[in-house]
Design a binder for this molecule. Structure first.
Ligand code: UDP
Ligand code: MN
Length: 394
């Protein structure tokens, strides 16, 4: 690439190629790495200068000034394009059709429980309400919330919620996450919080409702944020084995950088529960960011959906199997000196490709409000909190 760059530079001396619209000309200091940062840009990005054979210094100076002026005048145009492209692309993505559920009635679903047979799969013609392997995708309007409350109370369901708040994530997010969960998460069922942190003394006490308890468990702080995120799989699996399996029927695992804003109830409970990623549920599969490195255990060529690792759950048995398998794959990758593109999320997507989830949650259950104008999101149940990676990550 560097060779090509030189050749074009040489030609442009003679041909007076100085006015192309490569945005790099606004930032000449990027040029050295331009082939890496902007591989799609032509490398004859030489708005810098040309040399006139007759009067090199004067002509060169005039040409340079002209170029600088052009760049300055074009800057607002480029900024406008950048500013408006994001929102309009997102708007257009919202118009892409989802696949349709082809089942005639909910009785044809593989049921997680009796209430699922009463799901109204036709009530949401704007979205996909079941998968090809006959699992429901839960959207507002499809279910009777009271029925799920009753059935799970009768069945004696109880839920463990695991959340990690390590390093600066504790101060930034934990309190708001737990307080909001007390208002919206599985109200009416026994809930046990398992908070994993490196600084237990910093966890503030939260006012808990009846039948709700909280345990703080100290864990090691890994140096890299990628390891903090990935090693959650091991901790969850160990804690299910040593504790959760004796007290709870189900487990839900959450990122801490989110806030509950609406009902997140027992309609979300099932044997193996995956979350549709808010940014991908309407995109064509080709654009899913699965791990594409054949050397990684997370490698997949294709999948069903792109799932978000910020929310997953299921029966304690299924979540134990999932977390154990993902941890094993993560460690194999480490031994082979590779790391999956999106860390634990890549491994989770591989796992759910092989072991289909029995239930999928719509993006209402984990929404990013920076995506606007989506009429299919009828209720916000859990929202992404603002991310401040620079300040928070180690
Ligand atoms: N996490 C943490 N401390 C860190 C990094 C991550 O506690 O320094 C935990 C936290 O629960 C966080 C989760 O790991 O929500 C996943 O990381 P993050 O939210 O940064 O990932 P992203 O949402 O960008 O995928
Ligand atoms: Mn997160």
């Amino acid at each position: 690439m560097y060779g090509a760059h030189l050749t074009v530079a040489h030609l442009s001396d003679k041909m007076n190629i100085s006015t192309n619209l490569n945005p790099l000309c606004f930032f000449p200091f990027f040029k050295a790495s331009s082939s890496l940062a902007f591989p799609y840009l032509p490398h004859k990005s030489l708005c810098l200068t040309t040399v006139d054979d007759q009067n090199p210094s004067t002509m060169g100076y005039i040409q340079k000034t002209k170029n600088v002026l052009k760049c300055v005048l074009l800057l607002p145009v480029v900024l406008c394009i950048v500013y408006f492209t994001g929102p309009s692309v997102r708007l257009m993505i919202g118009l892409l059709p989802m696949q349709r559920c082809t089942l005639g009635s909910a009785e044809m679903l593989i049921l997680d429980n009796a209430a699922d047979a009463r799901l109204d799969l036709q009530s949401r013609p704007d979205v996909q309400t079941c998968t090809s392997w006959r699992a429901p995708i839960i959207w507002e309007g499809m279910f009777d919330p009271d029925l799920y409350d009753q059935i799970h109370r009768k069945q004696g369901s109880s839920v463990a919620l695991t959340v990690f708040a390590i390093g600066r994530y504790l101060d930034a997010y934990l309190e708001a996450f737990l307080n909001s969960s007390e208002h919206h998460f599985m109200l009416g069922l026994p809930v046990s919080y398992y908070v994993f942190t490196d600084t237990p003394e910093k966890v503030k006490s939260i006012k808990l409702g009846p039948q709700r308890s909280l345990r703080v468990i100290q864990v090691q702080r890994h140096t890299r944020w990628q390891d903090i995120s990935m090693m959650r799989m091991k901790t969850i699996s160990d804690t299910i084995e040593s504790d959760i399996r004796h007290h709870c029927t189900h487990v839900f695992c959450f990122d801490v950088d989110q806030v509950f804003t609406g009902r997140f109830g027992p309609e979300a409970l099932g044997d193996s529960v995956a979350q549709l990623h808010a940014h991908y549920y309407r995109l064509p599969k080709k654009l899913f960011t699965y791990d594409r490195n054949p050397k990684s255990q997370a490698f997949i060529e294709t999948g069903d959906f792109y799932y978000h690792a910020a929310v997953f759950g299921g029966s304690w048995k299924d979540v134990k199997a999932l977390t154990e398998a993902c941890y094993k794959s993560i460690m194999e990758d480490k031994q082979n000196n590779v790391e999956a593109l999106w860390h634990d999320e890549s491994h989770l997507n591989k796992y759910f490709w092989i072991h289909k989830p029995s239930r999928i949650l719509s993006p209402e259950y984990c929404w990013d409000t920076s995506i606007r104008n989506r009429t299919d999101i009828r209720v916000f149940r859990l929202l992404w909190a603002p991310k401040h990676y620079n300040k928070l990550r180690t």
